[in-house]
Design a binder for this molecule. Structure first.
Ligand SMILES: *Cc1c(COP(=O)(O)O)cnc(C)c1O
Length: 377
């Protein structure tokens, strides 16, 4: 959650400098009026940080998913596989281009179940969108293997696990395309925004042009005379967001370190007495949320009560479950897809999510761990 929790002085100083040096111009062009290209700098910094060739900043994570789907050539009527523990944005991006979302259940990692994925591939499947939920990487090794065999492209929705790694590689660098979000509730934030990552130059060319009305941003031509080969839309991010994003990106390792300290206290207290969310081998998680499974209804209620009383809340399990499980999305999905998601709904009904907040001290998490442990006595 924390980007918004440690935002202030540095970001505000960066914004002031922006207004002193040219203000709110587009990402490209208008060279006479400006000293800097902040969106370009933000992209360069982000690409370097995660060791991916191309990065394109856009207006939101949802827009990022939609553009990624278009880049790999998903068309009306194609099937796109994603998962039942998720956020509605992923489904909206699929629906917005006329494709059909196919829901796969999650396993006890709370990420995409590999066996259910295998069962769900058809001749119409064009893309798989695994979502690295709440800080933990999906089983990308198996997902990539399955996708390659069936010649399907993979888009990593990494809106909730920026900074996590699998086999020493940052997420977003493993699939064909990866996306993150910078909305206020994500690891780092610039209010709203997203980034699309890819090592594929052809996809990158489409992404750069599509998000900016088809502008090729030909360096030899003025913007008004620019060349074009496709039409697109406006999913640009602003220079204001980019200056904030740059500062926040530099805070990422500090944020991840602070999350880990807090998470560790809960883990120490609870790991021997509770059934915890499973984590894939060789992964480095972001410690965004601590999740435990409690089957006993009475004990579950008792723990949730402690979390409410101590003002931690339970993030989306169960607090905002209706926005995060496709068993509740009959307003958007075919009834078959809603029903398929029941298995995930039943698993999530036994889970409790403890948000890791930087506004609460390590000591407070230590005490919380003790209180929760006491319910087992
Ligand atoms: C936040 C989020 C999105 C959407 O990002 P926005 O920037 O808010 O549009 C998509 N997928 C997941 C899993 C998310 O958590």
């Amino acid at each position: 959650m924390p980007g918004w929790e440690i935002i202030g002085k540095e970001e505000s100083r960066a914004l002031k400098t922006l207004f002193d040096e040219g203000g709110v111009l587009f990402a490209h062009g208008f060279n006479k009026f400006r000293k800097k290209f902040h969106v370009r700098e933000f992209e360069k910094l982000a690409a370097r940080k995660f060791k991916i060739k191309h990065a394109q900043a856009v207006s939101s994570g949802t827009a990022a998913i939609k553009i990624a789907l278009l880049a790999i050539g998903v068309k009306r009527g194609d099937e796109v596989i994603t998962q039942a523990f998720n956020f509605i944005a992923t489904i909206e991006a699929i629906l917005d281009i006329g494709a059909k979302p196919v829901m796969v259940n999650v396993d006890r990692t709370l990420n995409m179940s590999i066996s259910d994925l295998k069962r769900s591939i058809t001749k119409k499947t064009k893309a798989i969108i695994p979502v690295h939920m709440l800080g933990v990487p999906a089983d990308m090794s198996n997902i990539m293997k399955i996708a390659k065999k069936s010649k399907i492209k993979v888009i990593e929705d990494n809106c909730e696990a920026m900074g996590a790694k699998l086999n020493k590689k940052y997420l977003c660098a493993i699939g064909d395309i990866g996306v993150v979000s910078f909305d206020f509730s994500k690891t780092i934030t610039c209010g709203e925004g997203g980034m699309i990552y890819t090592n594929n130059t052809k996809f990158s060319k489409f992404i750069k042009e599509y998000h900016d009305h088809g502008h090729e941003n030909n360096p030899k031509l003025a913007r008004g005379m620019d060349s074009r080969s496709i039409y697109g839309f406006n999913y640009r991010i602003t220079e204001m967001q980019a200056v904030v994003g740059k500062v926040q990106l530099n805070k990422m390792s500090k944020i991840l370190k602070m999350q880990k300290q807090r998470y560790k206290e809960l883990n120490l207290k609870l790991k021997n007495n509770f059934d915890l969310r499973e984590v894939p081998v060789n992964s480095e998680i972001t410690h965004d949320t601590f999740i435990l499974f409690v089957n006993d209804e009475k004990k579950r209620k008792e723990i949730i009560k402690i979390l409410d009383q101590k003002k931690f809340g339970t993030k989306n399990l169960p607090d905002a479950i209706k926005w995060h499980c496709s068993a509740y999305w009959d307003h958007a999905l075919e009834i078959r897809q809603v029903k398929r998601s029941n298995k995930t709904k039943n698993l999530l009904a036994t889970a409790i999510a403890i948000p890791i907040s930087l506004k609460r001290s390590v000591e407070e998490y230590k005490i919380l761990g003790k209180l929760i442990l006491a319910t087992t006595k």
